[in-house]
Write a protein that binds this ligand. Structure first.
Ligand code: PFF
Length: 471
């Protein structure tokens, strides 16, 4: 349940629908499912089995595989910590919007309202001040994360028993509401109408793999850490399939939720869907709220439901990003869980502050792009190479098969050793070439160095340092 909670998050409700739409609509489901089966599920099984076999957080798990590879574990615990620093800020926006929903504060001009709320500056070089509502939301979210984690895993179990089913039910309610609105059919057919010509574009495939990594919370030490808490006789392959398919299913459903309402907005304002601005933060903080405020009845209630769903979907993803690092610090230096969690949360909170400023949305965009496209893919590759070549993978497969109903065949070894690395190397090369052609989204080169490249170099260096430090 916690693994599903980690996987299902803002990535499903906000990111998937527009990524799908941008990359060929219904046709995108082809690369998406290919990515799910050729990288997502094999890696999910790999991470579950490594955690379950080693019963350790990522650094110690990798150390058991090969003495000098502890740093890969540190790296995969540090990356989600960086993701958390901005993910939590988007949750703080949701928190504020949940409150704003009560009297639909954005009603007159949602776009202007959103930018004023952020205190958005005219460009990245103008830092701007901290937005007070975002700051308050940020404190609330970090404190919640601390309270959930500091006592250990039992509390995680209790929280996810609520925060996984609740938002799913809310999403279903919103979808039913959406699909019964006029214009919904046009919205949904816009989301799913296939443009097969897009499948020839390699960037579409890149987006599918990046979406799978981000959405399944792979390559971030999370599934390794969670699997290390499983009982010895727990089923592994079945759990890996369930987690992956539950995540993909939620994304698919969220597409209906969002696009039915987008169709309604287009219908009621007589505006083409193309002109509604659905790619990016617009979707959840401008387009969707605009549509909500135009609902014929109970608009505030549906607004509150939507943001509660986002918050509850997001919270278990957010604390899962902190758990690998705090569990690793706890294990290596015998720090108490409370102390380790406090240290990670305080540093995380301080790092998040940059994203609460008027230029925060620009920084967020750059960090997200580089970490998701390079960081995750790179670590996924390291994981496959370390386990595929420095360890006898068939031993791990036998370990999985000992307790699992669905037996894994030799195909899995092939995937981890050859197919997944080949695909990931190709993706990395294409990504690097794309990014060298022109700076991402036209941002100044210095800002890309600071927010895109430096954090990655910093955490790689830190991983080596942490490996060398004695207990
Ligand atoms: N899988 C989460 C989502 O789709 O929203 C996001 C996520 C969780 C990313 C955990 C990274 C992570 F470490």
């Amino acid at each position: 349940m916690a693994a599903i909670g980690s996987a299902v998050g803002l990535g499903n409700v906000w990111r998937f629908p527009y990524v799908c739409y941008k990359n060929g609509g219904g046709a995108f489901l082809i690369p998406y499912f290919v990515a799910l089966f050729t990288a997502g599920i094999p890696l999910m099984i790999l991470e579950f089995s490594l955690g379950h076999w080693s019963r350790s957080p990522p650094p110690m798990a990798f150390k058991k595989v090969s003495k000098n590879m502890e740093w890969v574990g540190w790296l995969s615990s540090l990356v989600p910590f960086i993701v958390a620093s901005y993910y939590v800020v988007v949750m703080a926006w949701c928190f504020a919007y949940m409150v704003f929903s009560v009297n639909l504060m954005w009603r007159t001009d949602a776009e202007n309202f959103f930018y004023t709320f952020l205190g958005k500056t005219s460009g990245i070089s103008e830092i701007g001040g901290i937005s007070p509502p975002v700051f308050l939301g940020l404190i609330a979210i970090w404190v919640s994360i601390f309270i959930i984690l500091y006592k250990g895993v039992d509390r995680i179990g209790k929280i996810v028993a609520i925060t996984v089913p609740l938002p799913t039910i809310l999403l279903i309610i919103l979808t039913i509401r959406g699909l019964t609105l006029p214009g919904a059919v046009e919205g949904v057919s816009y989301y799913l109408s296939p443009d097969f010509s897009k499948l020839l574009n390699v960037n579409v495939w890149l987006s599918a793999y990046a979406q799978i990594f981000f959405s399944l919370s792979l390559a971030q030490g999370i599934m390794i850490t969670y699997a290390s808490y499983l009982k010895r006789d727990s089923d592994i392959s079945n759990n890996a399939f369930i987690t992956s398919l539950a995540d993909a299913g939620t994304s698919f459903l969220a597409g209906f939720t969002v696009f039915s309402v987008v169709g309604y907005l287009s219908h009621i304002t007589s505006t083409d869907i193309d002109k509604l601005g659905i790619a990016g933060p617009h979707l959840t903080f401008i387009t969707y709220p605009t549509a909500i405020s135009l609902l014929p009845f109970a608009a505030s209630i549906f607004g509150v439901i939507f943001y509660i769903a986002l918050l509850t979907f997001g919270i278990d993803s957010a604390f899962s990003m902190i758990e690998p690092l705090s569990a690793s610090l706890n294990r290596k230096w015998k720090l108490s869980k409370t102390k380790a969690t406090a240290i990670v949360c305080v540093i995380g909170f301080l790092t998040s502050l940059i994203f609460t400023t008027g230029s925060g949305i620009y920084w967020l965009d750059i960090v997200d792009h580089f970490v998701a496209n390079f960081g995750l893919v790179f670590i996924g590759l390291l994981e496959c190479l370390t386990l595929g070549y420095l360890y006898n993978l068939s031993k791990l497969r036998k370990h999985v098969n000992k307790t699992s109903d669905v037996k894994i065949g030799k195909w899995w070894d092939m995937m981890i050793r050859f197919v997944v690395p080949a695909v990931l190397i190709l993706l990395l090369i294409i990504s690097i070439m794309e990014n060298l052609k022109a700076p991402y989204m036209g941002y100044p080169v210095w800002s890309i160095l600071i927010a895109g490249i430096l954090p990655i170099i910093f955490i790689i260096a830190l991983s080596f340092i942490l490996q060398r430090r004695r207990r």
